[in-house]
Design a protein around this ligand. Structure first.
Ligand SMILES: Cc1ncc(COP(=O)(O)O)c(C=O)c1O
Length: 392
């Protein structure tokens, strides 16, 4: 392959590696120490939200959210079918009935009209996914959902740094999560995430939920070892805490990369804009639309390949793969099509746009460590491939 689909978003500089080596040599404890505190406080400043907890993944954050909102059998949670599975699994595990919401073909995120039509008396929560790094504006739907006492959850796994009206996504609802998985805009060495919440009273419960219910004793101790080094407790009835912690070296990586997030995102935005401009004459391809007051951070660069034109998506992928040695991908299979969801009773959806988009979309390799010459090669190869297929 000349341009492969990369499984990592970053390579580390010599200085980064020296810094990590120092952390490995000196950190004590190796988990949940000063680097955790520093990572959380840097993230909190960056995102402008005081209530943040670093966790082992966005999926863990969603698991904690699904647990704390206390779903009862029959409660419905509305989730886009066009997203990664972790947006939905925690809610299904916590006995929610999943209702799939459709996407808007211009923005590729939740279609508000469709969402409204799916709200019922049983709707307990709605998950909005800022997919591909596109910042979804929730201002209009927020008060409507609040009146109905529906919990708003933002899945910002792909959208670190995306903004609506200059405000970071992750602050529009009751809960949010971010991911620092290997391919995300920053990574805490392969896995990691952040949980955000609006109600600061939840800090104690969520902190205990993150780490097996560990807490202090609520009485003054004469000797630090009596009755033990620490206590275990959890105030939620019929719930058990988890172990979703991040190590100090992962937090150190988070601190380090977070400092450069604006630089990373600017490069993503600049490259995405360049490619979209260069491909503007290719009427077969279309890209995210509607950017008023929004900052899209292009976690991915994807296009819709118009099926009414001569070129189809599969032919384009095949040509790019075999002739130009560029590995593209198709993302995200509508979740209702997976055996996992089918077997559990969530195999049906009324999401024609999500189906249409997925069946005709292409995602180009877009890791930011790609060299400029490879990126230009990608741009030119897509142009050539489309022109060739037109005349095929
Ligand atoms: C939209 C979305 N939600 C959730 C997740 C889960 O993130 P993590 O891998 O950190 O659990 C991902 C990861 O790919 C994602 O893309």
């Amino acid at each position: 392959m000349k341009i492969n689909w990369s499984g990592r978003s970053h390579y580390f500089s010599k200085n980064d590696l020296n810094y990590f080596s120092k952390v490995i040599k000196t950190a004590d404890p190796l988990t949940q120490g000063t680097y955790l505190k520093k990572f959380e406080s840097s993230f909190s400043k960056y995102i402008k939200n005081k209530n943040v907890l670093a966790v082992s993944s966005a999926a863990s954050a969603l698991e904690m959210i699904a647990s704390i909102i206390d779903l009862k059998k029959g409660d419905e949670v509305i989730i886009p079918s066009h997203t990664y599975c972790a947006s939905a699994i925690p809610f299904a595990r916590n006995s929610a009935k999943i209702i799939w919401s459709d996407i808007d073909l211009d923005t590729r995120v939740v279609d508000i009209q469709d969402l409204k039509s799916k709200i019922s008396k049983k709707t307990k929560a709605v998950v909005f996914v800022h997919l591909y790094g596109y910042a979804m504006d929730l201002s209009k739907i927020k008060s409507y959902l609040k009146k109905k006492k529906i919990i708003i959850i933002e899945d910002c796994a792909q959208a670190l740094g995306a903004r609506v009206n200059n405000k970071m996504v992750g602050n529009q609802g009751d809960f949010a999560c971010f991911s620092f998985h290997a391919q995300k805009n920053i990574t805490t060495l392969g896995e990691g995430g952040m949980l955000l919440f609006k109600d600061k009273k939840l800090m104690k419960t969520l902190t205990q939920m993150r780490h097996n219910g560990h807490c202090d004793f609520n009485f003054k101790r004469k000797n630090y070892w009596v009755p033990a080094m620490g206590n275990l407790d959890f105030e939620l009835k019929n719930k058990w805490p988890y172990k979703f912690t991040l190590s100090e070296i992962q937090c150190a990586a988070g601190i380090r990369l977070l400092k450069k997030i604006n630089q990373f995102n600017s490069l993503r935005i600049q490259r995405a804009k360049k490619a979209i401009k260069e491909w503007a004459s290719l009427k077969e391809l279309s890209f995210n639309k509607n950017f008023i007051n929004k900052r899209h951070v292009y976690h991915l660069l994807s296009a819709y390949v118009d099926p009414s034109k001569k070129i189809n998506r599969d032919k384009l992928i095949k040509t790019l793969f075999h002739k130009y040695k560029i590995k593209c991908a198709v993302q995200y299979i509508p979740l209702n099509r997976y055996p996992l969801f089918k077997k559990n009773g969530f195999g049906k959806s009324k999401c024609p746009n999500a189906d249409k988009f997925y069946d005709n979309m292409i995602s180009f390799p877009f890791h930011i460590w790609m060299s400029d010459s490879h990126f230009n090669y990608l741009i030119n190869s897509v142009k050539k491939a489309v022109l060739e297929l037109r005349h095929d």
